[in-house]
Design a protein around this ligand. Structure first.
Ligand code: SF4
Ligand code: SF4
Length: 277
């Protein structure tokens, strides 16, 4: 069986091949299961739900989910695991300590979802006055809330599965690659490639600020297909051209603050914005 190793290749075929490869593994008493633990920091638990509903649940002869609060109350915090999936961003000091502890127990640490990979939607609070924001939301209740950060600001991360929420097929690809010892591959092309395959009318050509040209593919262009612009939840595509994108927005007469607002939505492009604005 051919396992695609080219990030410009067809990811769906790769997914099918990985599923078949995992199914063909012969199990015996020496087979070691891949121990996976899932932890959540600040987020909405949407990525956890993707795991709960994924096909990985059919591979329990190869995978052991040993910590997953959504499915089990059993506490395995002190357990060693092969893969730790960490969902959510950091907004509290106790999350920093917990994350460091998770790192100590994990052979491979995966930032799971846009919040973990880039800070995500919670970083919008970073752009307003924190004291005032806390007062508006919690009134006089004493609350500790730090500026939202991605998890790689605190610990080493081996893989990023971005997405708000993560795409099940991508999650399955990554975990099954680790199960069979294959290279973890993400597409290096942009959402526009998938969008054109869907024969969508380009929202950019209609004057909208769609981040598809900048954003890593993997979601099958779900937002533009539903007539909503891409807000870049998968983060930057390997081969994106920010200068060309900004030039095009300028030529289209789009106000730069509108572009900046979209680029900052998930915090995935902020360093690029500050370099190229
Ligand atoms: S709608 Fe967005 S994602 Fe689709 S082709 Fe146009 S710019 Fe690219
Ligand atoms: S189209 Fe863009 S914002 Fe929508 S899911 Fe895909 S990467 Fe995320």
């Amino acid at each position: 069986m051919t396992i695609i190793s080219d990030p410009s290749g067809d990811m769906h075929t790769l997914w099918i091949n990985l599923i078949e490869a995992a199914r063909s593994i012969k199990i015996n008493e020496n087979t070691k299961k891949l121990k996976i633990a899932l932890f959540d920091l600040t987020g909405c638990a949407g990525c956890q739900l993707q795991l709960a509903e994924s096909k990985l649940m059919h591979f329990n002869h190869l995978i052991e989910i040993c910590h997953f609060r959504m499915l089990s109350s059993f506490d395995y915090d002190d357990y060693d695991y092969d893969v730790a999936l960490v969902e959510g961003c950091i907004t509290h000091q106790d999350e920093v300590e917990r994350l460091k502890q998770i790192r100590q127990h994990a052979k491979i640490l995966v930032a799971f979802g846009t919040c973990a990979c880039y800070g995500g939607i919670s970083t919008q609070k970073n752009r307003s006055d924190m004291t005032q924001t806390i007062r508006e939301v919690y009134n006089s209740m004493p609350i500790e809330s730090q500026s939202a950060r991605k998890i790689s600001d605190v610990v080493k991360v081996e893989h990023n599965i971005s997405g708000c929420p993560v795409v099940k097929e991508e999650l399955e690809r990554v975990i099954l690659s680790l199960v069979i010892g294959s290279q973890v591959i993400f597409p290096n092309y942009s959402v526009c490639v998938e969008c054109r395959k869907q024969l969508n009318t380009c929202l950019g050509k209609l004057g909208k600020v769609c981040l598809g040209p900048l954003t890593r593919a993997g979601c099958n262009a779900v937002c533009p297909t539903g007539q909503s612009v891409c807000l870049g939840c998968h983060g930057p595509a390997e081969k994106h051209n920010m200068s060309a994108f900004l030039d095009r927005m300028k030529r289209n007469g789009v106000n730069y603050s509108r572009v900046q607002e979209k680029l900052a939505f998930y915090n995935a492009f902020v360093p690029v914005v500050s370099n190229e604005a």
